[in-house]
Design a protein around this ligand. Structure first.
Ligand SMILES: O=C(O)c1ccccc1N[C@@H]1O[C@H](COP(=O)(O)O)[C@@H](O)[C@H]1O
Length: 213
């Protein structure tokens, strides 16, 4: 089985970005969601993007963002991927893919087999489905360190590429990969020392754990 691709999300400082590059992560995630402790402004993301270019692909994370917010972030951070983490429909996702000419990833909250089945409506509209844990209604829609029953997506087969997120850490990612065979893994709070504070050693340990599998 090829090594899973790695996304380190919620990067907001040059130190964290360097750690992700050094650990040879494939994607750096910038969160454009003001309610998140990992939120970056377009200006902050632009500075990070200068260092990232050529070394690590840039993913912008958005939650039901409007076109103007998306356009400003895409231009500032020279994004490669839009990660939609809200209630965006397949039609909205396809519209954004056409408008910006970028890959679109759709995060889907999973708590049951039905949630996984519903992912199929995004076939043809997005480039990747990201199965993530469902979070409480009054909490952030992600980045909470919550995981779900990985057996629900074990060996998932569909028309669309997919990845696994939600509560992944250096200590559990090998088990998650062994169970699911996910082609991509995404972590945020699992490589932090406090909400929004990335830990260089945890980033290195996470990437090493993925590569060992
Ligand atoms: O990271 C955030 O602050 C965030 C805010 C709003 C939506 C999603 C967010 N993060 C994404 O959530 C998943 C799981 O995160 P974690 O590893 O459990 O902390 C991941 O895709 C993050 O990119």
């Amino acid at each position: 089985m090829p090594t899973a691709a790695i996304k380190i999300c919620g990067i907001s400082t040059p130190v964290a970005l360097e750690a992700a590059i050094r650990a040879r992560a494939d994607y750096a995630g910038f969160v454009f969601f003001p309610k998140s402790p990992r939120n970056v402004t377009p200006a902050q993301a632009a500075e990070l993007a200068v260092r990232a270019k050529g070394w690590i692909a840039r993913v912008g994370l958005f939650v039901d963002a409007d076109d103007a917010t998306l356009a400003e972030a895409v231009e500032a951070a020279d994004l490669d991927v839009l990660q939609l983490h809200g209630k965006e429909t397949p039609e909205r996702a396809a519209q954004l893919r056409a408008r910006f000419g970028l890959q679109v990833w759709k995060a889907l909250p999973v708590a049951s087999a039905d949630d996984v089945e519903r992912a199929r409506v995004y076939a043809g509209a997005v480039d990747l489905l990201l199965f993530d844990a469902k979070t409480p209604a009054d909490a952030l829609p992600g980045g909470m360190g919550l995981s779900f029953d990985w057996s629900l997506v074990a060996g998932w087969k569909g028309a669309t590429a997919w990845g696994l997120a939600g509560g992944l850490t250096p200590d559990n990612v090998a088990e998650a990969l062994a169970m699911t065979q996910a082609p991509l893994v995404d972590t945020s709070s699992g490589v932090e020392s406090a909400p929004g504070v990335k830990d260089e050693d945890k980033i290195a340990a996470f990437c090493a754990a993925v590569r060992r599998t």
